[in-house]
Every structure is written in structure tokens, then in C-alpha cells.
Ligand binder design. Structure first.
Ligand SMILES: Nc1nc2c(ncn2[C@@H]2O[C@H](COP(=O)(O)OP(=O)(O)OP(=O)(O)O)[C@@H](O)[C@H]2O)c(=O)[nH]1
Length: 952
């Protein structure tokens, strides 16, 4: 009975137009449209064509393209992962085994039963039950379902190595893409996608292993081959091959392991050990079970969360010990293959990278190590080490790096560095004390601090002496104030603190400190001298301190006093006298007669009242160390002025690198007058410090002696580091060695050790010494400290060939004898100028003398006497000047100098002569030269050495 093509298409569940095409290809011509009729024979022919060769299996539901594409479900990727192994038994025809479970191994699969001539339509629906089967349903009739091909090969991939999981994922993705696309090309699963183009068009998939082409008679195979299962891959009819689209590279990767999988590992071997195929099936089941558990939210037993997440990330099922070892072995083998090197390294670096991401600008705290920089920059430490190594620095991860090196490495890494200074205890503790702001109600009136400033010898000390009723000026060495002084006096019911600073230029720094603690500056100007350079400097310091200025026009008693000239100088320096309409009080005084002293005091107090100086006496004290001394008897004595708060006996104080507990306090005017406490602006002599604190350093009262010690030690360490940095203690390198050989050693060095009574003196001496600079001679202060010369100083001087400068101190007895034994010179001074003068002279003596050539005369060789054992002697006549015995002579022949030799012997007739004058004859023997000739001219000269001075 004739049947229309469209009805048959409906029955076969294919598209009418496609069936028309199939009719043509099946050898049923003349069927140009869906309305054409087919006879029963033609129908059978078409159906036979569609079902493929009779010996080939027909996939269930293989209705060609009529089967609707299955929906792409999230689990499809897993389905792709779970690709199955198709094992052909040694007997019988093709066997397709989905291998989804152990029961499936035991029960014959659909593929094992002979395929029906026509698949029932209901089977197409069944094909949708799993994604892989759905893929199979799309395969053309006559071959193994392509979906199973993919499964089979995916299983091979999984069995090869863990990384094949991702490859299979890629393959699954390819499936998804194909399934998602409508049309014949998209719906076809191409053989090339799985086995490569070499087999395309053959119409049959190759059998991997010993099984051979089972369709052609597996019975013909050798017994060994029969004994083993063979993997059979799906065949695809050549005519069904669509135009090959360009394959993505990932697809090719997914195929790679298929060809190398030995069948032995896929089935049970003779020894009966557990085959990998079984394991993979078990792994599939595990995965399925996991999926179910995940869906149901069930807990997973016997797995840590880490293991689980790692395994999930790798797409690899949980493996037993043997399987895991097998996979590891396989991985190891792959590592040895070319092209896996880089990957292996990456795999081994599986540790968590704690480094921060790379930045353009990084912050780092000093001191820092290679590790610190690595973490801050977010680069591996070995990259930093490599940079350092290129610079010749061998560094470990813990090697400290100085700021310069850190900056360099960062620059090499393309980064800028901001250095963070670590907050020290000093920052934390002392800054907090500095930042305390007193309540207005806590503030009380305090005495003003008056500082006397001015040019040397203008009468500062004399004026102050007169004001407080003592005589200090006459007792000072050389009449020059060497020490800073501070006193507090009472005028009626009011107190005034005075600070007298040394007037000499060398004490500028100390004077500046004096101005820093001062409230009012008294500029002392001698009326006879007027404004001098140091007066101008004093004015600058007072201005810098932003304090009111009062001028004492001193020495008014002198006949040469010229107040007009002095005031003119003042106004030229910006101090307009009040009597000239300005705002600066100028008081005419005489320390000699006492003139104007009361008026000066009243003026000072009036200015102080105007400014209402206040402080909080009820807080821990802060102040300044004006001066400190250290001697064997009394230990450390510090002259302090309290700025705010009240200093008490027992207080823990830190000042610079010194700390201690206040042991005693005494009045600076009278050291026998002990004090228990010192309020704002009080000046005290204090004992209790461990070492002499630096002059001009602020002191603080702390609660904790440990904190004070820590701060002081940190400061001492810093000072020592700076000192070592300045004095350039460094080991010789090839570069510096070259410098030395290259003439730097010509520089003479005079090493010094300075001992002084107070810190201020040391600073003044060092400042003066700094002026003694010369390119050929340099001074090097090895050590400068307060106190008497000790045996340690002598040892240091002995070892370093140094001179000891003792300023206002004497050597201890042990040091004195040691110095005599070792020949170390200890030079004692009480005036700074003497130090500089003597050192200047000594340094000038170290200057190499200047050599000057002095021409003496000329002698003409008239005859040459050659004497054996002596050599050639020139018989000469002195034609100009004089010839001296220890002189040198240039030999001139034909207007050319042919040599320059010392005169070895000079004889007048037969006698040695010291000199031979013009017109006389003499015999001259030159040292080292005998080739003299008659008519040679000897130009005689001598080299004189002239001592040099710094002024040359
Ligand atoms: N005739 C007279 N001589 C004075 C007067 N004031 C100071 N002198 C003398 O001037 C000299 C220097 O006086 P000092 O008080 O030491 O001067 P200074 O400014 O303190 O000097 P330095 O300590 O070097 O800073 C001393 O010999 C004083 O006797 C004065 O008012 N009249």
C-alpha cells in the first residue's frame, strides 16, 4: 500500500523534507516532494537505509534527526564527565555497554540485542532519559551512538590522568554547544571531534586494542586477542559527515589520551587485580551519590571540607590509595615529558600566596628585610634576591635592607616606596607629655626667664653679677664666659630667672638654646663699641625665639661711650629705641658703677607683667638641661631650668640619652642650698642622672623607670649610629683601597680625643675645630665626652695614635701614669682659642713642605777624566754663580737636557769642597752618570723645602 512521504516521515519521526532527501540517497528516485507516494518496497528500502547495515547495531530510538534535542541541564557536564567504556567481548558481535552500574555489566544492554528494523517511536522519548543517551539518539543509524562514543572516549580520558577531567569537561561543552544549535550540522556528532580527522570518512570507528574490527569477524582474531576485551568505538557513515567546521583547539586536546590507553587497564587482568575501569565506574557512582547528597543537602561522610573542595575543583572523583598512586605515577610520568616543565613548576607552587597584589607605591616600615619588602610589594622574595644578586648583594630572606637599597630594589620592581618610621616609645610617651594642654584654671603666674645676649666683652656677665650681687665675671678663664649660667633671684615679692650665655662666637649654639627657653632677651651693647657682629647675631636669635627685646646700653661710665652711635646701630638692625619713637626699651647701664641697674630690672619686670607668663605647677615637670658636668667625686651634675610643672626629689627623669631618679637638687646660686622641689622657671643643679645629659636637651618626668631607661638607651644607640656614620667607620673595599693607593693616603690625619668639663664646651671646641679644614690634613675626633681623662681614653689614644685634649679637666691618676708609659700626649687647656691655635700649628707642621727649585750656577766641562773604580769626573770651570756639593745638575748638550743627576762629589783641586764659586775650576762627579763629554754644560740647582701654612 502506497504511503505518502509526509505520513512516513511522521511515522518515522523525521522531517518530511529530510525524508525526501533520504529517499534519494536510499536509491528511491523520483520522490521530489513530501506529497510523493512510496510503495511498500520503497518504504522498506528507505527504512533499511535508515537503519544502516544489517550487522551494525541500531541505537535505541535512532530516529535520526527527528528526535528533539534534549534540554541542556546543569548536570549535563557531569554526564559528559561520566563517559563510558564500551567493551567488546571476545565472542559475539558488537556490544555496547553503557557501564553505568554493576548491574549493567551483568545484564545485557539494549545494544547487545539485535537491533529492530525500526525503532519504536517511544524509544526516542526514552533516549531523552539521560543527556548522553540523548546524544546517542542523534547519531545516524548504522553506527554506535555518537554520545556513547563520547562517553567511551571520555572514560579513556579520565582513566589516563586527572587533568583529563577538564578535557572531558571541554568535550561535554562541545556537546552542549552542538545540542543547543538547531540544524543538521549542529545535531550531528562528528567522529572527527573524538578520534581526529585521520579516521573520518571511513565509515567505521577504529577498535582500540586487540579486538580489531568486530563487524568483520572478531572470530578471526588470534587467541590472545580474543582473550582480551577490545574497545570498540562508534562508526559513523561517511555520507553523514557534514562539512567539517573549524575545530576549537580544546577539542583536539580532549582526544589526546584516547589513543594511548591500553585495554589492559580497562578490564580485569589475569592476576585478578582491581581494574581501573571498575574503579572509574565506582568513581562515577560516587559522583552520582554526591550529586544526590548535594541535592538533598545530605552530609558527606569521611571527607574533610578541604579535600572535598579540592576534588570538586579538579573534577576528579575521590580515589582510593592504589588509584591515587596510579594517578600520581601517571602525573609524574607526564612531568618528565617535554613541554610539561613549566606546568610542573606551577603545580609545585601550590601553596597559598600570602603576598599582597603588586602596587605602584608601597609603604614599608624601617628597618626592613627582604621578606618585608616582598610582602609589601607583593613579589616573590626570590625576585628581590635576584635583583640584589645582580648588584652583588647576596641576601637571604631575612637579610636587612637599608632605605637606599630598599628604594633601589623597589625602583627595579617599578614601585615607589614610602618609608614609615616606627613609632618609638619616645614618640608615644614623650609626645603625649608634650601635647598635654593645661586647663586655664590650672595656670598660675610664673617668673620670667631673662636671657642676656650680646657681643663678647660687652659686659653681660658683669651686669648679671651686679644684678644678683655676685662676682662671676672676674673668675672666668681669659675673661670669657665659658659656661652657661642660670640663676633665679627675688626682687621684692617677684622672682626672676636669668640665663647668661657665653658671648663668644663659638658658643652660638648654646646661646641659641638660651634664647629658646627665654621669655625676654636682654641685648647687652657696650656703649663705646656699639653694635658688633655678635650683637647682630644675638638680635637674630632673640627674634627667632619671638621674644620681647630689652637693650642694656652698657659701659656708660666709659669716656668713649657713644649712645647715639649704639642706638643708630640698633635701629639699623631693626631695634628702634623707644626714646626715638620705637618699641624697644633701651636702658643705659654701667656694670662698673651700677648705673641704670634698677631701671633695667624694672623694665624687665614691666615687660614680664605685660606678657603675663603662666604655667601649671601641678603637673609632671618638663624643662631644659642647660649644662651638665661629670666628675669622679660628685658624679653627674646637670643644670636644669624647669619650664612647666614641678620637679621633685625622687622623680624619674629622662633627658636625651641620660635617665635617672632625681637624687638631689640645689640652688644654682648656692649649691649648699638644697631644694626639694623646683617649680616653673626654677633653675637647679640636679644629681641623679646616669650620664651627663646633652646641653639644650629637654627633660621629662616619667612614671616608669623602665620606660625612661628604654628611651635613653634608644637615643644613645641612635647617637652612636649617627656618630659612626659621620666618622665613616667602614671596611676597606677594592674601591676604597684604590682610592687610598690613588693618593688619598697623602691626606694626613690627626686623631683627637676630647675630654671637657661640660657638654657645651665640647660643642664649642668641635665647632672651632671644624674651621681647621685643609685638603691635606684633617682632624678626626674619635671620642668627645664629659669628664676627666680616663685610662680607657689613654688606651684608645694609644691604639689609634691620637692626642687627648683635656679642657678644664685633668687626667685621673691611673690615666696619667698610663699616658706616661705609653707616650700618649694629654694636652690640657682652659681656653678654647689655645686649643685651636696649637692644633693649627701642629696641622700646619703636618703639611708637606712646598718644594722650590733654586738655581745656583753653571759649570762648563772642559775635560773628562775617566778613573777606574770611580768613573768619569768632569773637569769644569764655574762660569756663573756657584756649584754646591749637595746640589743637583742638569747635563745640557747641544742645547738639550740629556739628564738630571745629583752631584756625588765636588773637588777643588784634590780637596773636597762644599762649594766652588764663579771663575774657579773644580772636579764634579755626577751620581749615576758617566757619559759626560767635553763642552757639556752643567746647570746646577738645589731644591729647597718651604714650610706651608693654612693661609698659603
Ligand atoms: N668700665 C666698665 N667696664 C665693664 C663694664 N661692664 C663690663 N666691663 C668689663 O668688660 C670686661 C668684660 O666683661 P664681661 O662681663 O666678662 O663681658 P661679657 O659680655 O660677659 O663677655 P663674655 O663672657 O666673653 O661673653 C670685663 O673686664 C669687665 O670688667 C662697665 O659697665 N663698665
Amino acid at each position: 500500500m502506497a504511503v505518502r512521504i509526509y505520513s512516513l516521515a511522521k511515522e518515522l519521526n523525521v522531517d518530511s523534507k529530510e525524508l525526501v532527501d533520504i529517499c534519494t540517497r536510499a536509491g528511491v528516485p523520483g520522490k521530489g516532494s513530501a506529497l510523493a507516494s512510496l510503495t511498500d518496497d520503497e518504504v522498506a528500502k528507505v527504512k533499511q537505509f535508515m537503519s544502516g547495515p544489517s550487522d551494525a547495531p541500531v541505537a535505541k530510538g535512532a530516529k535520526g534527526k527527528a528526535a528533539p534535542p534534549p534540554p541542556v541541564r546543569p548536570t549535563e557536564a557531569r554526564g559528559a564527565d561520566r563517559m563510558k567504556v564500551i567493551v567488546t567481548p571476545k565472542t559475539g558481535g558488537p556490544r555496547l555497554s553503557p557501564r553505568r552500574g554493576s548491574e549493567e555489566e551483568e545484564q545485557p544492554t539494549e545494544a547487545e540485542t539485535p537491533p529492530p528494523a525500526e525503532a519504536a517511536p517511544g524509544e526516542a522519548a526514552q533516549a531523552e532519559s539521560t543527556p548522553s543517551e540523548a546524544v546517542a539518539s542523534e547519531a545516524p543509524a548504522g553506527g554506535v551512538p555518537a554520545g556513547e562514543v563520547a562517553e567511551e572516549q571520555g572514560a579513556a580520558v579520565a582513566s589516563q590522568a586527572a587533568e583529563a577531567a577538564s578535557a572531558a569537561e571541554t568535550a561535554a561543552e562541545v556537546h552542549r554547544e552542538k545540542l543547543a544549535k538547531p540544524g543538521p550540522l549542529a545535531r550531528m556528532v562528528r567522529k572527527e571531534d573524538y578520534i581526529g580527522p585521520a579516521n573520518s570518512g571511513s565509515g567505521k570507528m577504529p577498535v582500540v586494542g586487540a579486538g580489531g574490527d568486530q563487524r568483520k569477524g572478531g572470530a578471526r582474531k588470534s587467541p590472545e586477542a580474543k582473550a582480551r576485551p577490545a574497545v570498540r568505538l562508534a562508526a559513523v557513515p561517511a555520507k553523514a559527515q557534514p562539512k567539517k567546521p573549524e575545530k576549537p583547539k580544546e577539542e583536539a586536546k580532549a582526544q589526546k589520551p584516547v589513543m594511548t590507553l591500553p585495554t589492559e587497564v580497562l578490564g580485569a587482568n589475569k592476576l585478578g587485580s582491581k581494574p581501573l575501569a571498575q574503579h572509574l565506574r565506582r568513581a562515577e557512582r560516587t559522583l552520582e551519590a554526591e550529586q544526590i547528597r548535594e541535592r538533598t543537602g545530605g552530609a558527606r561522610a569521611k571527607e574533610t571540607e578541604d579535600d572535598d573542595s579540592r576534588r570538586k575543583a579538579s573534577g576528579r572523583p575521590m580515589l582510593g590509595g592504589r588509584e591515587a598512586r596510579q594517578l600520581n605515577r601517571d602525573r609524574g610520568n607526564r612531568r618528565q615529558r617535554p613541554g610539561f616543565g613549566r606546568r610542573v613548576r606551577r603545580t609545585r607552587r601550590s601553596g597559598v600566596n600570602t603576598a599582597a597584589p603588586r602596587k605602584g607605591r608601597i609603604e614599608i616600615q624601617l628597618p626592613c628585610t627582604v621578606r618585608d619588602l616582598s610582602e609589601a610589594a607583593g613579589v616573590p622574595a626570590r625576585d628581590i634576591q635576584r635583583i640584589l644578586m645582580e648588584e652583588g648583594v647576596m641576601a637571604t630572606i631575612n637579610t636587612p635592607m637599608d632605605p637606599e637599597l630598599t628604594e633601589f630594589v623597589a625602583a627595579e620592581l617599578g614601585m615607589d616606596v614610602d618609608f614609615l618610621q616606627p613609632e618609638t616609645l619616645e614618640d608615644k610617651v614623650l609626645r603625649r607629655l608634650d601635647e598635654i594642654e593645661d586647663d586655664e584654671k590650672d595656670l598660675q603666674d610664673r617668673p620670667p626667664v631673662i636671657t642676656f645676649l650680646g657681643h663678647v666683652d660687652h659686659g653681660k656677665t658683669s651686669l648679671l653679677d651686679k644684678l644678683i650681687g655676685i662676682d662671676v665675671a672676674s673668675g672666668e678663664s681669659g675673661g670669657i664666659t665659658q659656661h652657661i649660667r642660670a640663676y633665679q633671684i627675688e626682687k621684692g615679692d617677684k622672682k626672676i630667672s636669668f640665663v647668661d650665655t657665653p658671648g663668644h662666637e663659638a658658643f652660638t649654639a648654646m646661646r641659641a638654646r638660651g634664647a629658646n627657653v627665654t621669655d625676654i632677651a636682654v641685648i647687652v651693647v657696650a656703649a663705646d663699641d656699639g653694635v658688633m657682629p655678635q650683637t647682630e647675631e644675638a638680635i637674630s636669635h632673640a627674634r627667632a625665639a619671638d621674644v620681647p627685646i630689652v637693650v642694656a646700653l652698657n659701659k656708660m661710665d666709659l669716656p668713649g661711650a657713644d649712645p647715639m652711635k649704639a642706638m643708630t646701630g640698633l635701629s639699623q638692625n631693626g631695634l628702634q629705641p623707644s626714646e626715638w619713637g620705637g618699641d624697644v626699651e633701651v636702658v643705659k647701664t654701667s656694670a662698673a658703677t651700677g648705673e641704670g641697674l634698677d631701671e633695667l630690672l624694672d623694665t624687665i619686670l614691666t615687660v614680664a607683667e605685660l606678657h603675663e607668663y603662666k604655667a601649671n605647677p601641678n603637673r609632671s615637670a618638663i624643662g631644659v638641661c642647660l649644662e651638665a658636668t661629670q666628675d669622679a667625686d660628685q658624679g653627674v651634675q646637670a643644670k636644669m631650668i624647669v619650664e612647666t610643672g614641678t620637679l621633685r626629689i625622687g622623680d624619674i627623669v629622662v633627658c636625651g640619652d641620660a635617665y635617672g631618679r632625681v637624687r638631689s637638687m640645689s640652688n644654682t646660686l648656692d649649691k649648699h642650698q638644697k631644694m626639694d622641689e623646683a617649680g616653673p622657671t626654677a633653675t637647679v643643679n640636679l644629681t641623679g642622672f646616669d650620664v651627663a645629659p646633652p646641653a639644650g636637651e629637654r627633660f621629662y618626668v616619667l612614671d616608669d623607670v623602665a620606660q625612661a631607661r628604654e628611651i635613653a638607651e634608644a637615643r644613645a644607640h641612635q647617637t652612636r649610629s649617627e656618630f659612626l656614620g659621620q666618622t665613616g667607620y667602614q671596611h676597606v673595599t677594592l674601591e676604597t683601597l684604590f682610592d687610598r693607593l690613588d693618593g688619598v693616603e697623602e691626606v694626613q690625619t690627626l686623631n683627637l680625643i676630647i675630654r671637657a668639663d661640660v657638654r657645651g664646651s665640647i660643642e664649642a671646641i668641635q665647632k672651632e675645630l671644624a674651621k681647621l679644614e685643609h685638603p691635606e690634613v684633617r682632624l678626626r675626633v674619635l671620642q668627645a665626652s664629659v669628664g676627666g681623662v680616663t685610662a680607657a681614653d689613654i688606651h684608645l689614644a694609644d691604639a689609634s695614635d691620637a692626642i687627648i685634649i683635656a679642657f678644664n679637666v685633668v687626667p685621673e691618676e691611673s690615666a696619667r701614669s698610663l699616658a706616661e708609659q705609653s707616650g700618649v700626649q694629654v694636652r690640657r687647656y682652659d681656653i678654647i682659642y689655645k686649643i685651636t691655635d696649637e692644633l693649627r700649628a701642629a696641622m700646619e707642621g703636618m703639611l708637606r713642605p712646598e718644594k722650590m727649585e733654586v738655581s745656583l750656577g753653571r759649570a762648563l766641562i772642559q775635560q773628562v777624566f775617566r778613573i777606574s773604580r770611580i768613573g768619569s769626573v768632569a773637569g769644569c770651570r764655574v762660569i756663573q754663580g756657584v756649584v754646591e756639593r749637595n746640589a743637583r745638575a742638569r747635563v745640557i748638550r747641544d742645547s738639550t737636557i740629556i739628564g738630571d743627576y745629583p752631584i756625588d762629589a765636588l773637588k777643588r783641586e784634590k780637596d773636597d769642597a762644599k762649594e766652588v764659586r764663579e771663575g774657579y775650576e773644580c772636579g764634579i762627579k755626577l751620581s749615576g752618570f758617566n757619559d759626560i763629554k767635553e763642552a757639556d754644560l752643567l746647570e746646577v740647582y738645589k731644591v729647597e723645602e718651604i714650610a706651608r701654612s693654612f693661609d698659603d
